[in-house]
Design a protein around this ligand. Structure first.
Ligand code: WAQ
Ligand code: MG
Length: 272
């Protein structure tokens, strides 16, 4: 599902021209479901689009397609939560994690900048050393699709997250997406900041360290958010995009939720 809204923008360069319309991304969601689940899922997606904190959508597009191949099974990333109280502290954490994954400072800065500019429907792909933007459409970004979780894994994930009172749809959907992204060949890490004004926890995820939650990565009330994937320099970007957008992947095994840790513990002991 993807929901958007048109807003008027003034074109300051051409004062004589009429006001232009700009499409704002309100909400998106995807999943892999059985035929029986289609009705209730579409209903809940539409409800989400119509009651979103970014505003009421005036266009909702729902696409339903039969899978063309059996989904690949993967394991979800382990979950950690850091203590961080300001956006500046969050950015320092992002840069430190990036550094320990051999992602250049420049690439981390480009990712933070792209996210601050906001309003992409998908994610930016940034080369890990030279900080080049590699997605074919920089306004839209790459949209990760065809991802889901089996019923038994969902139960297990919910109970893991409940241990630390973070069992919400937002967290579950983000973990599912981050786990697919981390399973993509050549992607070293993902940085995410929600674009919902009332959701201020972001994350940095990687195969090496897992799904690291960073509270207060943005100020409450800000509609700015986005995602960026850091990719190894020499990798075939087309192949990565094909995997992210077109290969169905389902989580069937679940890693634990490890609760609150310090950055030091996390970076020094990969398998705590
Ligand atoms: N593929 C690629 N990029 C996406 C996708 C997707 N399927 N869905 C969203 N994005 C991008 C897009 O640019 C959005 O503006 C941005 O990410 C943020 O999306 O553990 O809610 O759905 O507490 O607002 C993190 C949870 C929640 C942290 C993230 O993202 C936690 C969230 P949102
Ligand atoms: Mg959102």
């Amino acid at each position: 599902m993807r929901a958007s809204k048109e807003v008027k923008i003034k074109n300051s360069k051409f004062k004589t021209q009429k006001r232009k319309l700009k499409e704002i991304h309100i909400s998106g969601a995807e999943g892999i479901y059985t035929k029986k689940e289609i009705n209730s899922t579409v209903r809940s997606y539409i409800q989400r689009a119509l009651s979103h904190s970014k505003g009421i959508a005036d266009k909702i597009v729902v696409t339903i397609e039969r899978l063309k191949q059996v989904p690949l099974s993967i394991k979800s990333l382990p979950v950690y939560t850091l203590c961080s109280s300001t956006p500046a502290e969050g950015e320092r954490i992002v840069k430190e994690i990036a550094q320990s994954l051999v992602i250049s400072k420049k690439s981390a800065e480009v990712a933070l900048k792209v996210i601050k500019e906001g309003n992409m429907r998908g994610a930016a792909i940034i080369s890990a050393r030279k900080a080049e933007r590699l997605e074919p459409d920089c306004e839209r970004g790459v949209r990760v699709s065809l991802l889901g979780i089996s019923k038994s894994a969902l139960k297990r994930l919910s109970s893991e997250l409940s241990k630390h009172r973070i069992n919400t749809d937002t967290v579950k959907e983000a973990i599912i997406l981050a786990s697919k992204v981390a399973s993509c060949n050549g992607i070293l890490a993902e940085l995410c900041v929600s674009d919902d004004p009332d959701y201020t926890t972001g994350y940095m995820a990687s195969r090496k360290y897992g799904y690291i939650r960073i509270p207060n990565i943005k100020k409450e009330g800000s509609k700015i958010g986005g995602r960026a994937f850091f990719i190894e320099e020499r990798l075939d970007v087309k192949e990565a995009i094909h995997y992210l957008e077109e290969i169905p992947v389902i989580i069937t095994r679940v890693s634990p939720n490890k609760g609150i840790v310090t950055l030091n513990e996390l970076l020094n002991y990969t398998h705590i």
